[in-house]
Design a protein around this ligand. Structure first.
Ligand code: FAD
Ligand code: SIN
Length: 509
């Protein structure tokens, strides 16, 4: 048993910002962050557009941002959560700036506020098109300054240690030594991010395999709204890899047009907000256009935009396009929708508490009620910042030494057994990703969902048998978690019978 006061699983914006605050508040307590890849690898690092925050109170107001969020969530947001998160934005931004994060300013010295789909005003604070990189850089530096924080990279959390409905830490695979470690903690925070690689075609990096949600489910936590998968309308169309490079929605906020191969600006047909309709509507419209035309992709036209200003705001996107022969001043960018974000997850209250005692969740793996049926652009970083502060404030005021049961028996079999065949894992993963894209994508049909459910149950039974007779490694657990999360998405899609936001289902084709 390795004792720690706070065990944080994940080193993105949710995990790190909580760690920094709790470490400051309790210098004598031990904070352990475990993370399965390098310490900076996370969805956070790739965030482009920015953080939606009301700063210009002449044109904007909290009320407008609240309304935009509620409209985007299509009737399923928790209004009191929306109000809480949005009104706390400026305070959380100030903390990031105090820790050293830099955000772009205009010639008057005010924040240069970008615009994205579903926003009625310019309110997206950003660092060029690399906002997430700047945030991750800053908070990692800050976390490293704290003597009571230990960050363990290449440590893969397998399962939570749960006894009588209470969480006491986690079983963790040290991927460097192949040992399974038992971390015993007073409080555990799941900050494990998204699920993108369940779909394969995703803007998410490979770490996004839904581990936290699957672990929480196995610990009997409540999981909700898994049917609300957000597909980003404009991932770069590129057949060479599964992880898709994102062309930020802020590019459309900057004035880019969506066109078909023949040049038609089709978004006007679907929604009067055109290219800046919420992203569920834009993705569903692209999906319809592609089905109508049988084309592989649509195009983002930036040729009419001020090139110097574009390069200043979006240097990474400009360079990436150029590297594959697309000069945005002359050529349209080929784009397709790709899985981007999960609106649902582990249900938490306004203090970030899950339904399991001493277990908290924050960031993309959690379900707070902010997003409803579809997340408003750039509300995710904001949500993580506000909720990590809520969890910190709650625990700063409610710290009690915990008593842990003496002999918790691990059901993880440590005896060395057969090595799992990695070809088998890859084969099932590819089949699973295809099944999810085809049967649980932008538009779903009950008939396909029922078929997917049957297949997923078979894979789950097969995999559980294999886990019992094989040496444990991260790959088999990631597959186990992906299948578990896929099952939740399919089951919850079957149950929902009204279309809202990012969820569009019909009985049959
Ligand atoms: P992450 O940042 O994904 O961190 C998860 C961490 O958990 C990682 O460190 C991972 O390694 C670790 N982990 C996972 N499983 C395990 C395990 N089993 N054991 C140990 N460690 C584990 N949102 C916005 O608001 N604005 C934007 O502009 C924006 N742009 C985006 C652009 C892209 C390309 C992407 C992919 C997302 C974007 N988002 C944006 C969404 C946003 O970035 C994420 O929702 C947010 O960063 C999630 O933060 P997090 O801390 O919850 O998770
Ligand atoms: C983007 O830059 O388009 C992503 C913004 C987000 O996911 O909120």
């Amino acid at each position: 048993m390795i004792p720690t006061n706070y065990l944080i699983i994940g080193s993105g914006v949710a995990g790190l910002t909580f760690a920094i605050k709790i470490a400051d508040r309790f210098p004598a307590k031990k904070i352990t962050i475990i993370t399965k890849s390098t310490e900076d690898e996370s969805n956070t690092k790739y965030a482009q557009g920015g953080i939606a925050i009301v700063l210009n109170e002449e044109q904007d107001s909290y009320q407008k941002h609240i309304l935009d969020t509620l409209i985007c969530g299509d009737g399923l947001c928790d209004k009191s959560v929306v109000e809480m998160v949005i009104t706390e934005g400026p305070k959380r931004l100030k903390e990031l700036i105090d820790w050293g994060a830099k955000f772009d300013k205009n010639s008057k010295g005010d924040f240069d506020l970008g615009k994205e789909g579903g926003h009625s005003q310019n309110r997206v604070v950003h660092h060029k098109d690399q906002t997430g990189f700047e945030i991750e850089r800053t908070i990692l530096l800050e976390a490293h300054k704290k003597k009571n924080i230990q960050i363990l990279d290449h440590h893969f959390s397998l399962d939570l240690i749960v006894n009588d409905g209470s969480c006491h830490g986690a079983y963790v695979l040290n991927q460097k030594t192949n040992e399974i470690l038992h971390f015993q903690s007073d409080f555990t925070l799941l900050a494990t991010g998204g699920i993108g690689h369940l779909y394969g075609h995703t803007t998410n990096p490979v770490i996004a395999t839904g581990d936290g949600i699957a672990m929480a489910l196995r610990a009997n936590a409540t999981i909700k709204d898994m049917e609300f998968i957000q597909f980003h309308p404009t991932a770069l169309y590129d057949d060479s890899s599964n992880s898709k490079f994102l062309i930020s929605e802020a590019v459309r906020g900057f004035g880019a047009y969506l066109r078909t191969k023949n040049g038609l600006r089709f978004m006007q047909i679907y929604d009067e907000r055109g290219e800046l309709a919420p992203r569920d509507i834009v993705s569903q419209s692209i999906d319809l256009e592609l089905k109508k035309t049988s084309d592989n992709c649509v195009y983002l036209d930036c040729t009419h935009l001020d090139l110097d200003a574009f390069i200043k705001h979006f240097p990474m996107i400009y360079e990436r396009c150029l590297s594959i022969g697309i000069d945005i001043a002359k050529n349209w960018i080929p784009v397709i929708p790709a899985q981007h974000y999960l609106c649902g997850g582990i249900v938490v209250d306004k203090n970030g508490k899950t339904s399991v005692e001493n277990l908290f969740a924050c960031g993309e793996c959690s379900q707070t009620g902010l997003h409803g049926a579809n997340r408003l652009a750039s509300n995710s970083l904001l949500e993580a910042l506000v909720y990590s502060d809520k969890i910190y404030t709650y625990l700063a005021n409610n710290f009690l030494e915990k008593h842990h049961p003496k002999n918790i028996i691990s059901n993880l079999n440590l005896v060395k057994k057969n090595k799992i065949n990695s070809d088998y894992i890859l084969k099932i993963k590819i089949k699973l990703q295809l099944l999810m894209r085809q049967n649980a994508g932008i538009v779903r049909y009950d008939t396909d969902l029922f078929k997917a459910n049957q297949q997923i149950i078979l894979w789950l039974i097969e995999l559980e048998k294999k886990i019992n007779i094989s040496q444990i490694n991260a790959e088999i657990y990631e597959l186990y978690n992906l299948i578990t999360v896929g099952k939740l998405i399919v089951e919850q899609s079957i149950v929902r019978n009204q279309n809202h936001g990012g969820f569009m289902k019909f009985a049959s084709c």
